[in-house]
Design a protein. Structure first.
Length: 200
């Protein structure tokens, strides 16, 4: 690493800490930053600090927000009687991008994982129950991941909510669009069979 000036070495080291960025990519990005006009580089570094200073969690749904209440929770056109539960803000963003849902979200901030010491009190389950008790929620869609942690989180939530007067559902999982059966793993195939629907 003695090839570069110390400041450039520092930038390369910091960039290589980012997920998916290896040392060579970090070198390339650092060289790109070095060549940026001063204003552009300044805007770039300011935007990192801006995110750190401003972005927090919505006090209703716990997705990322610059304000106390996020833009989705504040939107009067959203159906406020339907909640979609996801593990992370990124999951919510994927559903939003797909335009697949017009209700409100509840972000758990993780999934139950006894091995990693993540228990119900570590994710926003109590807040979910409070929210359902306080508001007129008639339908809850559980959209946690379909891995072991996501499934056990979904089961746990379904168990808690079954005494409430809400329609509960779990997102379907199965064969991806464009997928070929011969490449699908057995668990996915079994789930697709279980979630089969009648052809009208
Ligand atoms: Zn919100």
């Amino acid at each position: 690493m003695g090839y570069y000036p110390a400041s450039l070495t520092g930038l390369i080291e910091n960039l290589s800490k980012l997920p998916g960025i290896g040392f060579k990519t970090a070198e390339r990005l650092a060289m790109h930053i070095l060549k940026m006009p001063y204003n552009e580089a300044s805007y770039f570094s300011d935007s990192i600090m801006e995110v750190k200073k401003k972005v927090g969690f919505c006090s209703e749904c716990f997705s990322l927000s610059d304000n106390e209440i996020c833009s989705i929770c504040a939107d009067p056109l959203r159906h406020d009687s339907t909640l979609c539960i996801t593990e992370q803000p990124a999951d919510m963003i994927v559903i939003e991008k797909a335009g697949a849902f017009k209700g409100l979200y509840h972000i758990l901030g993780g999934a139950l994982s006894p091995i990693d010491g993540i228990t119900p009190s570590d994710i926003k389950i109590k807040e979910l129950v409070d929210r359902i008790n306080k508001n007129k929620i008639t339908e809850v869609i559980i959209a946690t991941n379909t891995n072991a942690e996501g499934e056990s989180t979904a089961d746990y939530i379904a168990n808690i909510l079954k005494s409430k007067d809400v329609k509960l559902s779990r997102i379907a999982s199965g064969i991806p669009v464009g997928g070929e059966l011969k490449y699908i793993d057995q668990i996915t195939l079994k789930k697709a069979m279980d979630a089969r629907y009648a052809i009208e």
